[in-house]
Design a protein around this ligand. Sequence first.
Ligand SMILES: [Zn+2]
Length: 113
Amino acid sequence: MASLIRCPHCGMRPKEEFSIRGDASPVRPKPEAKFAAWDDYLHSRDNVRGVMHEHWQHVGGCRRWLVVERDTFTHEVHSVVDAADYARARAVKPSKVKPKGKTATAAKGRAKS
Ligand SMILES: [Zn+2]
């Protein structure tokens, strides 16, 4: 049974078409930030057991960067949004992690050929 991810641009696609980059929550420091801020941004990551936001790229489709809300324990995907929409939502309201706008949920099942 193949897992399917709903790309906001391409629709339901097999998860094998996607590449995972990792945690989407770190915020890039300003260029003039201290060394410790850059060190933390580049090297420190939480080992989350539960729901987190991750950067995924749809390499086998539109090649867009996405932010996937996924449970790292159950592997259930809760939502998928375009990374640009996610970044815009965070820029407006930094305390809000979940962006408004185009959201798609994932489903599990067989890919249609
Ligand atoms: Zn796509």
